[in-house]
Design a protein around this ligand. Sequence first.
Ligand code: AGP
Length: 602
Amino acid sequence: MCGIVGFIGHGNVQEVLVNGLEKLEYRGYDSAGIYVAEEKGKGHLFKEVGRIAALKEIVDFELPATVGVGHTRWATHGAASQQNAHPHQSSSTRFSLVHNGVIENYQQLQAEYLSDVVLSSETDTEIVVALIEYFLVTEGLTTKDAFKRTLEVIEGSYALGLVDVENPTVLYAAKNKSPLLIGRGEGFNVIASDAMATIDVTSEYVEIKDKELITLTQDAVIIENFAGETVERSSYVAEIDASDLDKGAYPFYMLKEVDEQPAVLRRLLQNYQGDDQQFAFEADMMKTLLASDRVYIVACGTSYNAGWIGRSLFEKLAKIPTEVHLASEFAYDLPLLSEKPFFVFLTQSGETADSRQALVKVNELNYPSLTITNVKGSTLSREASFTLLLHAGPEIAVASTKAYTAQITLMAMLADALRAAKGFEASFDMERELSLVASIMESILAEKAEIKAWIDANLMETRNAFYIGRTLDYYVSMEAALKLKEISYIQTEAFAAGELKHGTIALIEEGTPVIALVSEETVGAHTRGNVEEVKARGANTIVISMQDVAREGDTFVIPKVETALSPLVMVVVTQLLAYYTALGRGLDVDKPRNLAKSVTVE
Ligand code: AGP
């Protein structure tokens, strides 16, 4: 949450900062700002409420700046206002700071050191920049030492970029728990929350570790630990194809990403293909997984919903007992663990603070872990024992789609590899079935007009809606409901169909949309019974079913795939339902209100 970019050296500073912020807008978009300095004592601050487009209108791109920092905000402390937008400045305006994260002890620090300082915002960030100036003045420190002194007293999560207008040949940075990278260039250096932000100026990046102090000039990168020792660290090349960041002819990234799913699935099949008809995974990881007695899947949001399908795959195919946990609950209420647990962290971004907090706990306990992520080199990937990449290409829309199906596909391949390693007979050919899934996804994606027409007639006016299903269909319902609510603002809940009559059916009124998922005969017959019950109470019902269990009158019928993989195709219809509903309501599909893509605060 919140995106940071900083630049020092030759180049159009304002352009790099604003372009970078545009690419980071997925991290937060309620206000944005940049600060640039052209020479000693000559700096300029631009801040605006709303999107980067609004900031762009007020920035002077002609200023001959040599250093600057920029920020796109997802409000944590204080409303989305110009006052609370970053960069924040010390009272003399000597220091300008951007921050991503939450300073937990800011009130205490304010009371202890800053009772005489007049603050102009409600943010925790302003306390940090005020402290830098306070330590510089009261303790006679240099800027670097005052920054370090401040880092030693602040608690919480932060990625920081700092400019001192009295010395505009230096850019300072530091991080703790929140992501931040250094990008190296010829005659310039940058910092960014995500390599994506500055990929058009450099592909060479250097990792920053927690609690390091970074000093950048146009030609040098100095990394020091808090003891003042210099740290040598080599750079790596970020493998981001700048064209992946372009939405091309698509009106929204979400639709592009929904359409990409068959290709992502095929890419995954290719990437994990081994010899002799088996999927290939790192031997060490397989050994550790096979030696474990229970898998604990830990995740948030859409990734958590994918975790439930993973649980079913691990248990049914590989016969490994598996539990699924919400990351935000897990670290603070650890379940009674088995003797040899193995942890799987599902996270598209690899930066989610709740998941990271749970991984920190797992690492403290010295248990093995695997991060399944879309972002190579992300925090959770670096900190887990093993990593598997989703190879889905950048997912930019806040509503996650291709990452969900990629996570399920990867877990299906992993479960199949574990099954084979344990010597269990396969009940179906995973590779062939997954290829079939990719083709069926394509056939569903070709039916967009039909799906849109149904929405126009049924979902445009409603305030609430329900998804129902049993077993796998219930887990898909959880994801379908999240997708519809987060981008259309229709209050949508998922229910295990059998639970309706135990209370929730009281909410059914004349016309309430109830969408039932039916992919399997045994439980599907019961779900259909529940559909009749809500229909009798006035619900406007629709059924999305799989061909072999379809009945006359079903609204959408999907070609048959192996039941264990049915979520991969059922979900596509529900993604399109969500997309066209939000579109029809005239909403910004990619940037729903109050949300951000990468949730880097707990
Ligand atoms: C879903 O559409 C959301 N973007 C959200 O629930 C997301 O899945 C969640 O925040 C977890 O993110 P992660 O996969 O990057 O950890």
